[in-house]
Unconditional design. Sequence first.
Length: 274
Amino acid sequence: MTAETALFSQEVFTNKGNSDTTFLHRSLHDGRLVFRPLTANPFEGRVGTMYQADDNKLRLDIGNSIDLFRLTDDVWIGADFYTYTRLRSEGNFKFPVETSDYFFGINASTLPLRFGKIPHPFAFRLRLAHISSHLVDGLADNTGRLNPQPFVYSREFADFTAALCMRWWRPYIGINYVWATQPRSAERFIPSAGFDFEHPITAKMYIHGGIDCKAVGVNGVYEGQISGQTGFLFYNDNSTATAINAYWFSGRSIHGMFFTQRDAYLAIGFQVIF
């Protein structure tokens, strides 16, 4: 067993707020997830919200990922269940819901593994999942009809990520293969690349962030989809954490009902991590 694998013991997982623990061994979900969620990737289980100042909308993320059981010494099997929802701000604490996307599936993740003389270990994750998207009554007109008209949006896919686990940085590459999709105009391959970073300011306060880049195709035309996130991460005494973040997004919409449209916005928000 390598030193990196040994450090993924339960004792290290529960050692929150230890400034001597490196990026490799820390996790936004210490003690539960072997493969840390990609910080800036929109398609990760999280609990939080963000306000999009450019278009007066909000995004609400509700859900989580969890490791269920150990398959081998280095591989864990887990599950993902979450929604990401777009709301519209109308003042007086009114937030009509416009669209909501549902993500659920299973995953297999590895502990960091060393290969030959490469100085840093690699970690891998494979997800098999389903996404469906739905319009909600926040887009209904005075007659109760939805505008735009809804359609069936559904996809089943395999999502593979390989990450290089460095001390404070984690670069990664990935590929998403969609084997079943409605509408069929969505292209089946979505390559991605990005990085995460995290560095201590104090024992319980970290600066963290990341950039996630994808190439998303519709009708044979690929366009970039870039997501960025940075902010402050506060670890609590009760094995939870809170993050206050700034966000940036540009590219094809993450919401299936608007998958042919482009979104561009800056946002500010928070995450609750438990």
